[in-house]
Design a protein around this ligand. Structure first.
Ligand SMILES: Cc1ncc(C[n+]2csc(CCOP(=O)(O)OP(=O)(O)O)c2C)c(N)n1
Length: 346
């Protein structure tokens, strides 16, 4: 079933993506990987406090999915999905400033590399309890439905989340109410050190059906397949047909965080997935379309380096502002993000 789904998605993707779109997908993935690689160095230099979590190898899951969302849609983004923030318009400088706790970071120095979101861009900052953002996204979708708005919420969560009650509660309510929400399950084979065969006896895609809506398994290392699956799910959602669960099959190529050497992961498994690198794949595609990907890489590297310098020059936050924004004086509306897919402009 998974193979067939992936093939269908690939075929359909070609009808919906221009060369500019495909190049943009590559560009966002290069930005994600480059920013995270640079941040890891800054972490080792002691400039990033706490720990550091990355999504190396999972770039297609966040970039491909976020690329299918419209400006007015709302994103609940997980800890390995930097690409979604980037697609919505968060700049490398603000991201790197965030990691280093600087005043110019997304939260103004209030948190590290996981719990951040730019409300103005429709990115909702995540809470740590997993997968509570499924419930937040479901709640937002409920609001869209009650207000009669043609908008969609999307959220990402890991395979570990599928063992939690919150996962089932969100899916059940979204199914009962036919809510406009897209659930993206990032099946990256491990929840910290727990492999997926210890996580579920029944594939979660089949569980979606039992809650009354479709689920599909997608090659999570193929940005275009991800884009197309989410585009279709969003269309269903906007049409009032309810939620969709998309299982993005991928691999966590780094440790759980910077402190984890992932000794518990078989080396041959990592080697197998290295062959399926999502960036290599997209780069081959766009190179075949005549795009100068070496120039693109150089441009992205320059943009990241400029972002690093800008972030390093940002001051540390003024301690007197620490409590600012802890209590809301009034409800700050969620704004619209960048929606780069050419299909929205047509
Ligand atoms: C309810 C809950 N339990 C434990 C944690 C600590 N924790 C953070 S990430 C993580 C691993 C989650 O694995 P998975 O859902 O597969 O996502 P991945 O990190 O592999 O992308 C754990 C155990 C948490 N944040 N929330």
């Amino acid at each position: 079933m998974a193979t067939e789904t992936a093939r269908t998605a690939e075929a359909a993707a070609s009808d919906h993506l221009t060369t500019t779109d495909r190049t943009a997908l590559l560009r966002y993935m290069l930005l994600m990987r480059g920013i995270e690689a640079r941040a890891m160095t800054l972490y080792r230099q002691g400039k990033v406090p706490g720990s550091f979590y990355d999504g190396f190898g999972q770039e297609a899951v966040s970039v491909g999915a976020a690329f299918a969302m419209a400006a007015e849609d709302r994103l609940c983004i997980l800890h390995r999905d930097l690409g979604a923030h980037i697609v919505r318009g968060v700049t490398p400088a603000r991201i790197l400033g965030q990691y280093m706790g600087r005043a110019g970071g997304v939260t103004g120095g209030r948190d590290g590399n996981i719990h951040f979101g730019d409300r103005a861009l429709g990115c909702v900052g995540m809470v740590s309890m997993l997968p509570d953002m499924m419930l937040v996204a479901t709640g937002m979708a409920m609001a869209f439905k009650l207000r009669g708005e043609a908008r969609c919420a999307i959220t990402w969560f890991g395979d570990g989340s599928t063992s939690r009650g919150d996962f089932h509660e969100a899916m059940n309510w979204a199914g009962v109410q036919r809510l406009p929400v897209v659930f993206v399950l990032e099946n990256n084979q491990f929840a910290y050190s727990t492999p997926v065969d210890q996580q579920f006896a029944v594939n979660p895609v089949r569980r979606a059906e039992t809650y009354g809506f479709p689920g599909e398994s997608v090659d999570g290392n193929d940005a275009e397949a991800m884009f197309d699956a989410v585009r279709r799910a969003r269309e269903r959602a906007i049409a009032g047909a309810g939620p969709t669960l998309i299982e993005a099959v991928t691999m966590r190529m780094h440790g759980h965080a910077a402190h984890d050497d992932m000794k518990y992961v078989p080396k041959d498994l990592v080697a197998l997935w290295r062959e399926r690198d999502p960036i290599d794949r997209q780069e081959t595609r766009v190179r075949e379309l005549g795009v100068d990907t070496a120039a693109l890489r150089a441009e992205v590297e320059g943009e990241i380096e400029a972002g690093v310098q800008e972030a390093l020059a940002m001051p540390m936050p003024d301690p007197a502002t620490a409590a600012d924004g802890v209590f809301a004086a009034e409800a700050e509306p969620l704004g619209d993000g960048h929606a780069p897919w050419s299909g929205f402009a047509r």
